[in-house]
Design a protein around this ligand. Sequence first.
Ligand code: PQ2
Ligand code: NAD
Length: 204
Amino acid sequence: MGYPVMLNIANQHAVVIGGGKVAERKIHGLLEAEGKITVVAPAATAGIQQLAAAGKLVWRKKTFSPDDLEDAWIVIAATNNRSVNEAVAKAAKPYQLINIADDPERSNFHVPAVIRRGRLTIAVSTGGASPTVAQQIRRQLAELYDDDYGRYIDFLYECRQWILRNVDDEQKRKKLFKTIAEESFQKKGNWKENLQHLLKEIDE
Ligand SMILES: C[C@@]1(CC(=O)O)C2=NC(=C\c3[nH]c(c(CCC(=O)O)c3CC(=O)O)Cc3[nH]c(c(CC(=O)O)c3CCC(=O)O)/C=C3\N/C(=C\2)[C@@H](CCC(=O)O)[C@]3(C)CC(=O)O)/[C@H]1CCC(=O)O
Ligand SMILES: NC(=O)c1ccc[n+]([C@@H]2O[C@H](COP(=O)([O-])OP(=O)(O)OC[C@H]3O[C@@H](n4cnc5c(N)ncnc54)[C@H](O)[C@@H]3O)[C@@H](O)[C@H]2O)c1
């Protein structure tokens, strides 16, 4: 059973071996998390080439060699050649995070299907049972949690920071956190105004 975590990879080196459509998908996920990406591949998709031209990643136009993994924290092997992917797995150090696109068993992490809504992240994994089902579940959840819900989550973040700084009484704080997290509060809208009302009520 996998151990779910949210990694902070901002400014950390991520090396992607292969420049096809699978590599491109994984690159988008790494870019969202602000990883510093190097792609190693003799040929790359138009999308990857554009990212390289825009300075969003470095493309080493070559075939894989083990020294490509130096300095990498995260390694993704996504070539269309099984033995190359296997060579990447062999070259990785035990402390490197490694994902082999065609060999879940040799990977020490899998990539889930992801929804982002503001600060909310929903990740779905079927543990290699069916990436297609992970994708279906992502689509179902994406309808349930829309952009407005993301704005609500971001509001909760601002609120939480404010409450932690300004409300000293622990009981009051708990009550506020609980009330603003209730579905009825979210559904009512006008969150800022309703929070003001709540703050007044709680002080009476
Ligand atoms: C979720 C997602 C994230 C992402 O990649 O970003 C993801 N695969 C996605 C799509 C997808 N992948 C495949 C298809 C074609 C249909 C099919 O085969 O079913 C489609 C559908 C499509 O492309 O539409 C083929 C495939 N995938 C793997 C193998 C190898 C194997 O299983 O042995 C093969 C066969 C390759 C071959 O034929 O050789 C392996 C993995 N794919 C995973 C993740 C990890 C397990 C996740 C889990 O189980 O939950 C794992 C173990 C490793 C990893 O890659 O991390 C992303 C959906 C993103 C989204 O839409 O949100
Ligand atoms: N994990 C997943 O989500 C998933 C999904 C579909 C397919 N796959 C697997 O992923 C792999 C890649 O699929 P794709 O559709 O992106 O392939 P693709 O044919 O579009 O791209 C392959 C890439 O690998 C590069 N490459 C080939 N030999 C190389 C080498 N020696 N060194 C560096 N790069 C090299 C090519 O230049 C190309 O950029 C396949 O093995 C497929 O079985 C995985």
